[in-house]
Design a protein around this ligand. Structure first.
Ligand code: MF3
Ligand code: CO
Length: 250
């Protein structure tokens, strides 16, 4: 027995729309990331886009979160609060967008590079995305959740990146966070069995340096302890008869 909610095909269709809109907002914001723009300007663009698409932020007011999106620059891993920080050449910018659509959440995230030249930083971003895709490829009915976690961790190990352990992926549906929790590390062959109709948000967070993180006094901003950059990618997927469908296609 597990408490993982199985969605009907009709519910998956609504979540496909929610995911599509979350992906649309993410694309618009990512395309606007340029040197000189502030993270608050990017957040305003997200709000404009959500209003145009008829959706609302799933993050605003979530446990008191004060913005539409999370925008996490360089040493900020996740939950960066948009503000006066100005984007510069060489930055890596992680953007996380969640929306409410017809009673369901769509959730996705991506790290974009701003004229990054440092090969180690490029490898960080590319391998974090590769790990997300490896995790998704491990999804099929009958597989174990640990197979997904392990596939992600293996990409980190091969590319000598460290895995953030304090934050995890999650089930998604009528709440942003449902069971199960999805760690980005751990043994294969363990954990709940995946079944058709589950909807999962898979979201690896990798650091270039140490895996150690800390939360700033604002209660949200999660930064690397060593100040080195981090990357974060997230897709919301449905478990299908064949494998996985990405509900937040780029
Ligand atoms: N994608 C993140 C998550 O799954 C976004 C949460 S940001 C918050 O939890 F501000 F809403 F907490
Ligand atoms: Co998420």
């Amino acid at each position: 027995m597990s408490g993982i909610i199985i969605k009907t095909p009709a519910e998956i269709e609504v979540m496909r729309q929610a995911g599509g809109k979350a992906a649309d907002v993410l694309r618009v914001v990512c395309d606007a990331v340029k040197p000189g723009v502030t993270t608050l300007e990017l957040d305003h663009l997200a709000l404009d886009t959500m209003e145009r698409l008829g959706v609302k932020s799933a993050f605003l007011n979530y446990m008191g979160y004060p913005a539409q999106t999370c925008i996490s620059v360089n040493e900020t891993v996740i939950h960066g609060i948009p503000g006066s920080r100005v984007i510069q050449d060489g930055d890596v910018v992680s953007i996380d967008v969640g929306v409410w659509h017809m009673g369901f959440v769509g959730d996705n995230a991506k790290t974009v590079m701003v004229n990054v030249e440092d090969p180690a930083v490029i490898a960080l971003v590319e391998n974090t995305e590769k790990a997300l895709m490896a995790g998704i490829e491990a999804v099929r009915p009958g597989a174990r959740l640990g197979d997904v976690s392990h596939a992600i961790e293996q990409v980190a190990n091969k590319s000598r990146l460290s895995v953030v352990r304090e934050f995890v992926g999650h089930g998604c549906g009528r709440s942003m966070h449902e069971e199960p929790q999805i760690p980005n590390f751990g043994p294969s062959g363990r954990g709940p069995i995946l079944r058709e109709g589950m909807v999962l948000c898979i979201e690896p967070m990798f650091n270039l340096g140490s895996r150690r993180i800390r939360t700033l006094d604002d209660g949200w901003t999660v930064v690397t302890s060593d100040g080195k950059p981090a990357a974060h990618f997230e897709h919301m997927i449905a478990v299908t008869a064949e494998g996985a469908e990405i509900l937040t296609p780029r």
